[in-house]
Design a protein around this ligand. Structure first.
Ligand code: IMP
Ligand code: MG
Length: 332
């Protein structure tokens, strides 16, 4: 895989965490670099345990993987320490010297501002922390004494790893439709969420990337306000088994059927080379736990074919259950 960027194609919660954990184990990932911030939670089921990670990269499941948090990220210090403890990664995680720090005041501003409230933000303070960085008054990681043992030059480490032929994954958060530039503005998050922005936050130039893997869930969900084409009622979502609550905030997720036009847009704007389709078993229950494409029922195969036809990109990974290894891997 040498350098792969993983990004979400819809409104986040596509199941990026699950795909990352699979690749970490299967491809023996050497480096996993997290971008974005604590508004995002990546859910990982591994060895019967559930993790909802806001800071620690999803590659933690592979014990030899070096974990890094990029200079473009926003770090909430208490959450970082909590997750480092939970995942037991103290000796292999680093934060870029220049990553921004989210302070308590940012979360308070996020929750108090009526404009931000109207967008249904997560209230974690990410938007106000980014504003502070833009004003050049933000605290950065090197200003926080407790972070000293973890400080790293993430861009240098990551580029050295890529140049040395290591397996490197750049972990995006949220999804293209929440992008500050390309999403459903103003109902978006405070940053660009596209593959290019993920590279920038990690400190990796575009010529160094081999693969861009866009993750699309078999149905769409959205938390917070803003348009969701084809939105179903909560009752209908429950009937179909698509009703979810947010891993980060516990809020209800709104849901809608898969949208091919949006999938094409996400593939184009991210320059995708591959697509991963998650939760196929939620739409076609007979798929549950399948590990071989030939075991899928015809209607599920037709759905996958349709995604390939419309996006003109191969569907290389298919999620068929929550555990890291519940995957159909169609890569060579
Ligand atoms: P903020 O990112 O907390 O400012 O929230 C802005 C919008 O993005 C709100 O609609 C949030 O619900 C949504 N959002 C932010 N992060 C995530 C995520 O990781 N998954 C899903 N929605 C998110
Ligand atoms: Mg999430």
């Amino acid at each position: 895989m040498p350098c792969t960027v993983i990004c979400g194609g819809f409104w986040g919660d596509e199941g990026k965490g699950k795909i990352i954990s699979y690749l970490a184990l299967k491809d023996k990932l050497d480096f996993c670099v997290r971008t974005g911030s604590v508004n995002a939670a990546h859910t990982i089921w591994y060895q019967g345990k559930r993790y909802a990670l806001h800071m620690v990269p999803g590659g933690f499941v592979h014990e030899k993987c070096r974990l890094l948090i990029g200079a473009g990220s926003n770090v909430e210090v208490a959450q970082f320490f909590k997750e480092v403890e939970e995942t037991n990664v103290k000796n292999r995680i680093g934060i870029d010297n220049q990553a921004s720090i989210i302070e308590e005041k940012h979360s308070a501003q996020d929750k108090a501002s009526s404009h931000l409230k109207g967008l249904g933000t997560t209230g974690r303070g990410v938007g106000p922390a980014i504003e502070e960085r833009v004003r050049r008054t933000a605290k950065i990681a090197r200003d926080v004494p407790e972070l000293k043992p973890y400080l790293a030059d993430v861009a240098a480490e990551t580029n050295n790893a890529i140049n040395g032929g290591k397996n490197v994954l750049l972990e995006g958060t949220q999804g293209l439709m929440l992008s500050l530039f390309y999403g459903t503005y103003p109902y978006v998050t405070g940053r660009d969420t596209s593959a290019s922005a993920i590279c920038s936050e990690a400190g990796v130039g575009p010529t160094k990337v081999d693969n861009v893997l866009v993750v699309l869930k078999s149905f769409m969900t959205r938390v917070g306000t803003g348009p969701l084409p084809g939105e179903l009622s909560k009752e209908e979502a429950m009937k179909r088994g698509w009703f979810e609550t947010a891993a980060g905030t516990g809020r209800d997720r709104r849901s809608a059927p898969f949208n091919f036009e949006l999938a094409r847009k996400a593939v184009m704007l991210n320059g995708a080379t591959q697509v991963a389709v998650t939760k196929l078993d939620c739409v076609f229950p007979q798929c549950k736990g399948a590990k071989d494409y030939n075991d899928l029922p015809n209607d599920a195969k037709q759905f996958v074919n349709q995604i390939e036809k419309q996006t003109r990109v191969p569907v290389s990974l298919i999620g068929t259950g929550p555990e890291a290894l519940d995957i159909i891997d169609r890569r060579r």
